[in-house]
Write a protein that binds this ligand. Structure first.
Ligand code: FUB
Length: 461
């Protein structure tokens, strides 16, 4: 079962040392450690983010997760790491795999529901720890799993709890993976389920990572889906459903977030100081990857009919938006085994040889080839950043490049273009007089005897 889950993920990536320090959203909430699976909770004027902690080594191909951290912020911009506030060791009956978790308050206490490897029959279980304070200390509240493979009608993989308290005080828990969403009522003790486990209906393409909340009398369930209509094979997007009853039936409402640069994603949607946010993870931190993820957040906006607008993934409040994320790529030629879409997955490569997240390459063509972005409506673009692929074999850094745009009838060079850099192991910034266009093209000319490739190509507003 573990193997099936792991093979749903893409390969591992290389490491560049992480740098310390708080960072503004939607930059990672920290680059000092790798974080994943955020769960947001507002207590007073403070936003708490409880996260998993990725510790996979460079090139690791599986999760290494031993504890969970708590971060706090009063402005949703700068976060302070309060440290590892819960670890697998807190559950004496568990042994490893500190996967997704969520904290829910009740009666002055804070209950931390956590996915752990229970060391027993089956694999993953859900345990619960409790504290008198949102920052702990937390201790095991039950002395055994709340949900395990022996729970009747449990999920094929019992992970990713989301716990929700309705206005009448009734508490609900949703959880699951491997397409197996489950739900149950919790008793007021918060450590036992009330009645049987149900299989909710209407949650289309559910894969894992549910997050439940309520707004204006409507229940919302956001979750990771990985169907081909919304993401590349092996990658998740975030879909959501709504209901008028906390146990459903649910009605699927669409995609609220496209795929990110990590194969997995895990949503947490919260209102803080009058602004709604999508908290999620990706692989954008330096040296990041599918098992070295980073939590970040972006603003979420509502339509008048109560549906959610798709979240725009940004690089931070001060940074320009990467318009590539919403573009459709095309090319004059891509080698059949390479992945054109990799150039717009938002990933930060560790080096020009780091094709762990996929790469565009045009071996064995030589001379000039191009890659292109198209948008359904005109975009204002004034910069690109290109990270070249060099496999130290047939693909080498290019001899030169040129940025072009569609002026309505032909491709022409962008005006005022700065040098189109061809350096290795870095993003090459090329700026130009901003153009308004539906198509942007990068024309790439190889060195004699070589082909060319691109790991990431950003188009910046
Ligand atoms: O972090 C381990 C697992 O990856 C989580 O439990 C899932 O939601 C996915 O993000």
């Amino acid at each position: 079962m573990r193997r099936r889950w792991v093979t749903a993920l893409a390969g591992a990536l290389l490491l560049v040392a992480a740098t310390a320090g708080p960072a503004p959203a939607a930059a990672p909430i920290t680059t000092a450690i790798y974080t994943a699976d955020p769960a947001a909770l507002v207590v007073g004027d403070t936003l708490h983010l409880y996260t998993g902690h990725d510790e996979a080594p460079t090139g690791g191909t599986n999760f290494v997760m031993r504890d969970w951290h708590a971060f706090t912020s009063t402005d949703a911009t700068t976060f302070t790491d309060r440290g590892a506030k819960l670890s697998v060791q807190a559950f004496s009956w568990a042994g490893a795999d500190a996967w997704a978790a969520e904290v829910e308050p009740r009666g002055g206490k804070y209950y931390w529901y956590a996915s752990v490897n229970g060391n027993g029959a089956g694999w993953m279980d859900i345990g619960v720890a409790v504290a008198d304070n949102p920052l702990g200390p937390f201790t095991d509240a039950k002395g055994g799993p709340l949900i395990s493979d022996s729970t009747p009608n449990s999920s094929p993989l019992n992970i990713d709890p989301t716990v929700f308290t309705d206005d009448d005080g009734q508490v609900y828990m949703y959880w699951g993976s491997y397409y197996g969403l489950r739900a149950a009522r919790l008793n007021p003790d918060m450590t036992s389920i009330n009645g049987s486990v149900i299989t909710p209906s209407g949650v289309s393409n559910f894969w894992e990572a549910p997050w439940m909340f309520k707004r204006n009398g409507t229940y919302y369930l956001a979750y990771a889906a990985n169907d081909s209509a919304c993401s590349a094979p092996g990658y998740a997007c975030i879909r959501y459903a709504t209901a008028s009853n906390p146990l459903g039936p649910w009605t699927h409402r669409g995609v609220v977030m496209d795929q990110v640069s990590s194969t997995t994603n895990h949503p947490s949607i919260i209102e803080f100081k009058g602004q709604w946010y999508m908290v999620y993870h990706n692989a954008a931190s330096p040296g990041g990857g599918n098992f070295r993820r980073s939590v970040t957040m972006d603003k979420l906006y509502w339509n008048a009919d109560g549906t959610m607008q798709k979240v725009v993934q940004t690089t931070g409040p001060a940074g320009p938006a990467n318009l590539a994320l919403s573009a459709t790529p095309s090319t004059s030629y891509v080698s059949p085994w390479e992945t054109l879409g990799a150039v717009k997955d938002g990933h930060t490569p560790a080096s020009s040889a780091d094709h762990g997240n996929g790469a565009y390459g045009n071996w064995d063509h030589q001379g000039t080839e191009w890659i292109e972005y198209r948008w359904p409506s005109a975009q204002n673009i004034g910069k690109i950043e290109t990270y070249w692929f060099d496999d130290n074999l047939g693909i080498d850094l290019p001899a030169s490049c040129q940025v072009q745009y569609w002026n309505g009838s032909a491709y022409v060079n962008v005006p005022g273009q700065s040098a189109c850099g061809v350096a290795a192991n870095t993003f090459n910034l090329t700026s130009f007089t901003p153009v308004s266009t539906t198509r942007l093209r990068l024309s790439i000319t190889s060195k004699p005897g070589y082909s060319t490739g691109v790991l990431e190509w950003r188009a910046l507003s």
